[in-house]
Ligand binder design. Sequence first.
Ligand SMILES: [Cu+2]
Length: 124
Amino acid sequence: MLTASHRRWRTIALLATLFTAPAVLAHAHLKGQYPAADANVTASPQALTLNFSEGIEPQFSGITVSNSQQQIIKTGAVKRNEKDNTQMIVPLEEPLTPGKYTVKWHVVSVDGHKTQGDYVFSVK
Ligand SMILES: [Cu+2]
């Protein structure tokens, strides 16, 4: 379902892509994540996982998760999948209550370049 806010979000995302694309083409792009962008999951995940197009440096990478009241959700230390250096894993310290969450991410890829972005998902 394409709600108005959803559509507005896509427009913002598209504009952000247009403005930042030349600088980030060779760097770590977010390829996928769990929970997925715009997903509405039935239960709180224990961790968020983000998959990038390049290996990332976990000590210089992170996310901020906030709820619809702009309150920051506590997250644990950023980990990198031991078998896949393109996957970032961020544990949640407490279960997420139903609502909409914004994830702002920033990474430094193994080539030393910085990228950032954001997406939203909901918990039923
Ligand atoms: Cu790069």
